[in-house]
Design a protein around this ligand. Structure first.
Ligand SMILES: C[S@@+](CC[C@H](N)C(=O)[O-])C[C@H]1O[C@@H](n2cnc3c(N)ncnc32)[C@H](O)[C@@H]1O
Length: 472
């Protein structure tokens, strides 16, 4: 079974939701029972079974298990099923902590104990790098996935969609692969300050004189609650994401609801565009500065509502220390640099690099400027798209560090790395599939994968962060 097939199934949504869709939409095999040996894990967290009729993705099943499954949908080259009972459980199977597990789209692996989660994630990276990247399996024999300092309560950011149901304003998380809301009261992967803030806001929502957002009609004012916190500083940020403008009276009501959660700062973010993007480009602070601070090792970093910040502070520290240790040479080009979190580690005395950092999001670059100054560090910060900036950059870089979003690097970035003849690339990735694709392209330009280590940035989920070092 090719990983490509898994990717196709991921794009069509997670297995849990596909089941519910298929029940109504298919004249199908639904109900057919199968006994399946689970041979692997897909990149969306389903078990993979191989049968003489093709691959079956089985929600709720773990590798090594024998399960009784109900077929939900059959496609031309794969089928979807859900676990009905576990005949032979994995030794690593455990009871999920959250009552919404299996419905909520947030976590996929709560039914695996933590050591099993780590080995499954190392397996996903190994799989992507060998199948999609074309690298030799021996390179990944000792691949480790570094555990998160906190397997629960680690998330410093949460976004809650808001809707109106039968005239009542509701919030929670989306059902896996759909926009059906599951009301929740608390979330065990969120940091305690976020749960406290969320609980307080939840109480006040019914008092609002306007409704939640309706994606079909594009009506309703309140679209999302976005919450962030500083693990080391205890500061919290609350943002209400609005569709359109509000009358002064409504804003007052909204501020009262938010203030009950005592956030360090409260902002309004305006997003009137239909679609899945949570945040709009315009944000206004109503309480405080619109920014909060977090510490990463000795560095204090500020970020605002819309700028990227790693969601797991303790693990980000471990990852950044490691990534900075991989750097060689004095001149470093860092692409996709955000508010300058990794930049601080690179520009520190310990690493001693002269850093040129490129980031496209203007407010993140503004934060990075403040952050470098506040920490007494220097770096050349450029606000530009990486794929455009690399065309203008001249210089000889000992190391190019990249930390792109899930889509990976633009082809122009990889070609420029080759053109720079950079001896070393440190690639920080949150998506094994695009890491494998990009590493393969670099390998085609003469780069050799010399080390790789994964970090569990997102415990209880199927997601994993990886640092790969490639050398010419
Ligand atoms: C995964 S984050 C990494 C940020 C930073 N290294 C950190 O860990 O905090 C990726 C960053 O790339 C930025 N970004 C996305 N596409 C970009 C592009 N084409 N050019 C430059 N920056 C981009 C995003 O705004 C985001 O800040």
């Amino acid at each position: 079974m090719g990983v490509l097939r898994v990717e196709r199934s991921v794009r069509s949504g997670s297995s849990q939701s596909r089941y519910s869709q298929s029940r109504s939409s298919q004249a199908n095999p639904a109900g057919e029972r199968l006994r399946l040996e689970i041979a692997g894990l897909s990149s969306d967290g389903s078990g993979i079974a191989r049968t003489d009729r093709g691959v079956v993705f089985v929600a709720g099943a773990l590798p090594g298990e024998l399960v009784e499954a109900e077929l939900v949908k059959r496609r031309k080259d794969f089928a979807l099923a859900r676990t009905v009972s576990v005949v032979r459980p994995s030794p690593g199977r455990t009871a999920p902590r959250c009552s919404a597990f299996g419905q909520c789209g947030g976590c996929q692996l709560q039914h695996a104990d933590y050591p099993l989660q780590l080995s499954l994630k190392a397996g996903l990276v190994r799989d992507a790098m060998t199948r999609l990247g074309g690298f030799a399996p021996e390179l990944f024999e000792n691949l480790e996935c570094v555990p998160s300092p906190l397997p629960w309560g680690y998330r410093n950011k949460a976004s809650f969609p808001v809707q109106s149901l039968r005239g009542r304003i509701v919030t929670g998380f989306y059902h896996a692969g759909s926009h059906r809301l599951i009301p929740i009261k608390t979330c065990p992967v969120n940091a305690a300050p976020l749960n406290a803030l969320y609980g307080a806001v939840l109480k006040g929502l019914p008092s609002l004189p306007f409704g939640g957002y309706d994606e079909t009609t594009h009506e309703g004012k309140l679209r999302h609650l976005v919450m962030r916190s500083g693990f080391h500083t205890g500061q919290t940020l609350l943002s209400f994401v609005l569709n359109g403008r509000l009358a002064a009276k409504s804003i007052k009501a909204l501020v009262a609801v938010g203030a009950a959660g005592r956030p360090s700062t409260l902002t309004l973010n305006h997003n009137s565009r239909p679609g899945n993007v949570i945040l709009g480009t315009h944000t206004e602070p109503l309480i405080g500065s619109g920014r909060i601070a977090e510490r990463l090792d000795e560095w204090t970093l500020e970020f605002d509502t819309t700028s990227f910040f790693q969601v797991n502070t303790g693990q980000a520290e471990q990852l950044f220390r490691y990534a900075a240790e991989q750097v060689r040479g004095t001149d470093v080009l860092e692409l996709y640099s955000g508010v300058g979190s990794l930049t601080c580690f690179l520009a520190s005395r310990a690493c001693g690099a002269r850093v040129t950092a490129v980031e496209e999001w203007r407010s993140a670059v503004a934060m990075a400027e403040r952050n470098m100054r506040a920490n007494g560090l220097e770096a050349r910060l450029l606000c530009a798209r990486a794929e455009e900036a690399v065309g203008d950059l001249r210089g000889s870089y000992g190391t190019v560090v990249v930390d792109p979003p899930r889509d990976g690097c633009d082809r122009a970035v990889l070609e420029a790395i080759h053109a720079f003849r950079a001896p070393r690339v440190v690639y920080v990735s949150c998506n094994p599939a695009t890491l494998a694709r990009d590493a393969r392209i670099l390998a085609g330009h003469g780069y050799r994968l010399t080390s790789i280590r994964s970090f569990d940035m997102f415990p209880q989920t199927v997601h994993v962060e990886t640092v790969a070092v490639l050398e010419r």
